[in-house]
Design a protein around this ligand. Structure first.
Ligand SMILES: [Zn+2]
Length: 392
């Protein structure tokens, strides 16, 4: 691993991360101490949530924890141990769901409790306009699931609210204290090993192993990989590089982040909603890891086609965003993003073998039909022109 004698400077020939990767995955299986430490610290969160004894009451009292551990805010007076625990909290939260008893310690929107996904991911539109985003299940139940929304609900939101209520009315509180269940072990009990193994075989690599094989231009593959690693030049990332400018999204007035641009923004949400409509999904997807779990549940096409489809949507959003940023060319309607997506689908279809090529062309045709249906009439001609001109 290292070269050079004792006095000479040592050079790393292999990256530390590769050395730490399990042997089955081509690494050397050396434990990464930092990751091991994170996993060990997570044990504390599990102990705090899984028990209801003297120790738990002491800790809750000392740190003033009321309700869900999600709501604890860091404080400048915190001890070093507590600060470290707060740093690893998000890692822990990824692996735990809640079994709600009285609902007091369960976060209504953020925890997985009534469904395998958190409600804020199942109903992102309602969550966004809800005034109370950090509330317990107990509180919402005491309010008879009455929500305070910042604006009037249109038909589609009314429908979503009805679905949410259908789900909620299946649940009733009991006298038990809420307790956690661990997603990554069969018994549902936390283990350091499962946490460690999850951290070292992180999702992105698994989801994205198909990316490198996909039949899309290499430039796009690298760009998609960078998005996944939060490393493209969105304004929030530019800000970290001390860039000064307007941080606002070019499609709306919120701040631009990778998640916002590709999922959170109304423009992106519109595209994903149309895709949901076409593939017959009730919910739309809200992040990349979800997209690649969600698509195969609803459509029966090869992984290459799925990757090309997702990449086409993202690339269309990115190109439109850049046109607005650098050339002052704004989209007129989010449906333009769909037309742009079709351009890339058609263009990249040519890189695929026959069956996949047909699937991509058919996908583009369906999208285009829906988009044209929405635009109907006066703008149809312009869109036709836009989709016959392949660009990259
Ligand atoms: Zn936006």
């Amino acid at each position: 691993m290292w070269q050079g004698g004792q006095q000479k400077k040592k050079y790393h020939l292999v990256k530390w991360k590769l050395i730490c990767r399990p042997k089955k995955k081509g690494g050397l299986g050396v434990k990464n101490l930092r990751t091991l430490n994170i996993s060990l610290l997570c044990t504390w969160w599990w102990r705090l949530e899984a028990g209801d004894g003297m120790w738990q009451q002491l800790v809750r009292g000392k740190y003033g924890i009321v309700g869900s551990i999600r709501h604890i805010q860091p404080n400048t007076n915190n001890s070093p141990l507590w600060r470290n625990l707060l740093k690893v909290r998000d890692f822990y939260l990824r692996g735990r769901k809640m079994v709600a008893g009285n609902g007091r310690n369960t976060d209504f929107w953020g925890d997985c409790w009534i469904h395998s996904q958190p409600l804020k991911e199942l109903f992102p539109d309602l969550f966004r306009i809800c005034e109370e985003q950090e509330v317990s299940v107990q509180y919402m139940h005491s309010r008879r699931w009455n929500f305070r929304f910042r604006r009037w609900l249109d038909c589609s939101l009314q429908e979503q609210l009805r679905m949410l209520h259908d789900l909620l009315f299946q649940w009733g509180p009991n006298a038990d204290v809420d307790h956690p269940k661990w997603k990554w072990t069969k018994a549902g009990i936390f283990s350091v090993k499962s946490m460690y193994s999850h951290l070292t075989n992180r999702g992105p690599d698994r989801t994205f192993r198909h990316l490198w094989k996909a039949k899309i231009p290499l430039k796009i593959k690298i760009w998609m990989w960078l998005i996944w690693h939060d490393a493209i030049a969105t304004k929030d990332n530019m800000k970290k590089q001390k860039w000064e400018g307007d941080y606002k999204c070019r499609f709306c007035s919120q701040n631009e982040t990778i998640h916002h641009l590709f999922f959170g923004c109304d423009a992106a949400g519109y595209v994903w909603s149309i895709v949901s409509l076409i593939i017959g999904a009730q919910m739309r997807s809200n992040c990349f890891s979800q997209v690649f779990r969600w698509l195969p549940q609803h459509i029966c096409v090869s992984t290459d086609v799925q990757v090309a489809g997702v990449a086409a949507i993202c690339w269309a959003i990115w190109k439109s965003r850049n046109n607005a940023c650098f050339e002052n060319k704004w989209i007129k309607h989010p449906v333009d993003l769909i037309c742009y997506t079709c351009v890339f689908l058609k263009y990249w279809a040519g890189l695929h073998k026959q069956a996949d090529k047909e699937a991509l062309l058919e996908g583009a045709a369906v999208l285009q039909r829906v988009a044209l249906g929405i635009h109907a009439g006066e703008e149809a001609k312009m869109l036709e022109d836009a989709v016959t001109e392949p660009g990259s």
